[in-house]
Design a protein around this ligand. Structure first.
Ligand SMILES: NC(=O)c1ccc[n+]([C@@H]2O[C@H](COP(=O)([O-])OP(=O)(O)OC[C@H]3O[C@@H](n4cnc5c(N)ncnc54)[C@H](O)[C@@H]3O)[C@@H](O)[C@H]2O)c1
Length: 393
């Protein structure tokens, strides 16, 4: 099957590489000739590096490159069985291009969007055959990240969902199916990792500035996370992370659980965007040493656990609201953001009652809806159930 990719930016180029390496002919289209040229030369560099590291042979490298053609229009999508859109994150523009693409492709071609934040239903609504539209959400960088979220809209035909899941699994990815709701699985469940860490900082449980950020990071690394929230926000970029938080907050009708942080807003306002600007929560100048980060057992117990239980609550609520299955929620967080363990598995290990008690204590202390315990956790605690004790979940 020939694959069409619209948009040759970071994501489109990465997805094109994955599809070509899986043996497909790929046509990648972009309105910008410069973006196409950049994409082509970047792929050449990536391929050369893989050959150098003996990950692929020189023949495989040149075969992958010859499988991809670069064009500025969409006419060449005519014989594609699947077109994946990865252009600018603006609904009206995506709706327009989906309608344009539908006019070019065959009756049975599938159309997918790689959007991180827009509703698939609203994109699908721009097509006459909206049942052939779904979300196929890769993570950045697409060739390296193992997870892909498959998102059916309410209009999507189930047969297409199953076929696309099988196709993408065949590309060597681990797929999970997520309901068409803000943040899908990963970007929704991960919110407290940042939000609760910022809240704890703002409440003054740790010293002001980098030393405080480093101790919160340390308390999570001690629990097995590869990076702490502040290091990770600096890595992602505070502008990007803040924008995702704001759009999630809005999309959830201002649920206080997703409330953005003024501390992060100041970082964004100051241009302290993280690694890319040389300064964020930490200073990345060569002559500045990063504060030592060792977490005391009580810091891990109080801060690390408070953030972890908020993540567990979010994962449990995602299951409760049927955003995805138990296994897909745990897989998404371990493969999409490298969590050391699935959050529901972690909840079992910590004890469901302990999770409920911690959340209830927070709720009693703050009287804020932010700390409401998921009804699923409460029900499970009452019935002495565990996530992995009941196979049908
Ligand atoms: N960057 C990430 O980490 C990430 C991760 C997952 C999903 N996404 C999603 O993937 C999509 C693309 O993100 P990106 O980071 O690759 O963006 P990008 O800005 O790197 O690239 C977008 C490309 O689309 C092209 N383009 C814009 N409008 C177009 C049009 N009408 N027709 C054809 N080409 C057009 C631009 O010229 C540009 O080359 C977005 O929907 C984003 O939400 C991004």
């Amino acid at each position: 099957m020939k694959i069409g990719i619209l948009g040759s930016g970071a994501m489109g180029s990465g997805i094109a590489q994955v599809a070509a390496q899986a043996g497909h002919d790929v046509v990648i289209s972009d309105t910008s000739k410069e973006a196409l040229d950049r994409s082509k030369s970047k792929l050449a560099k990536v391929m050369a590096r893989l050959v150098e590291k003996a990950k692929i042979t020189a023949e495989e490298a040149s075969e992958t490159q010859t499988k991809i053609s670069y064009v500025t229009g969409i006419q060449d999508f005519v014989d594609c069985g699947l077109v994946i859109e990865a252009i600018i994150e603006k609904l009206e523009i995506k709706q327009k291009v989906f309608a344009d693409i539908e006019a070019v492709v065959s009756e049975d071609a599938v159309l997918a969007s790689n959007t991180s934040s827009l509703s698939i239903a609203s994109i699908a609504a721009s097509c006459e055959k909206s049942e052939r539209v779904l979300g196929i959400h890769f993570f950045n960088p697409a060739p390296l990240m193992p997870l892909v979220e498959i998102i059916p809209a309410i209009q999507t035909d189930e047969k297409i969902v199953n076929a696309m899941r099988a196709l993408i699994t065949g590309w060597g990815k681990q797929t999970v199916v997520a309901k068409d709701t803000p943040g899908f699985i990963v970007n929704r469940v991960a919110r407290p990792f940042y939000g609760e860490a910022l809240r704890i900082y703002e409440e003054g449980f740790v010293p002001e500035g980098p030393a405080g950020f480093a101790s919160i990071d340390a308390s999570l690394k001690q629990l097995g996370f590869r990076m702490g929230p502040f290091e990770l926000m600096d890595f992602i970029g505070n502008d990007i992370n803040y924008a995702v938080t704001c759009s999630t907050f809005e999309a959830f009708y201002y649920d206080p659980r997703y409330k953005p942080s003024l501390t992060q807003k100041s970082m964004r306002d100051a241009g302290w965007l993280g690694r890319k600007s040389g300064r964020g929560y930490f200073n990345y100048a060569e002559d500045v040493e990063k504060p030592a980060s060792v977490a005391s057992p009580s810091l891990v117990e109080n801060i690390g656990w408070r953030i972890l239980v908020m993540l567990i609550n979010e994962a449990a609520d995602a299951l409760y609201l049927k955003i995805a299955s138990r296994d897909d929620i745990d897989l998404a967080m371990t493969k999409g953001v490298n969590y050391p363990k699935g959050l529901l598995e972690w909840a079992d290990e910590k004890g469901i009652q302990h999770c409920v008690d911690t959340l209830d204590n927070l709720h009693t202390e703050y009287h804020e809806d932010r700390y409401r315990c998921s009804p699923l956790l409460r029900r499970m605690a009452k019935n002495s159930e565990t996530f992995y004790g009941s196979e049908e979940m």
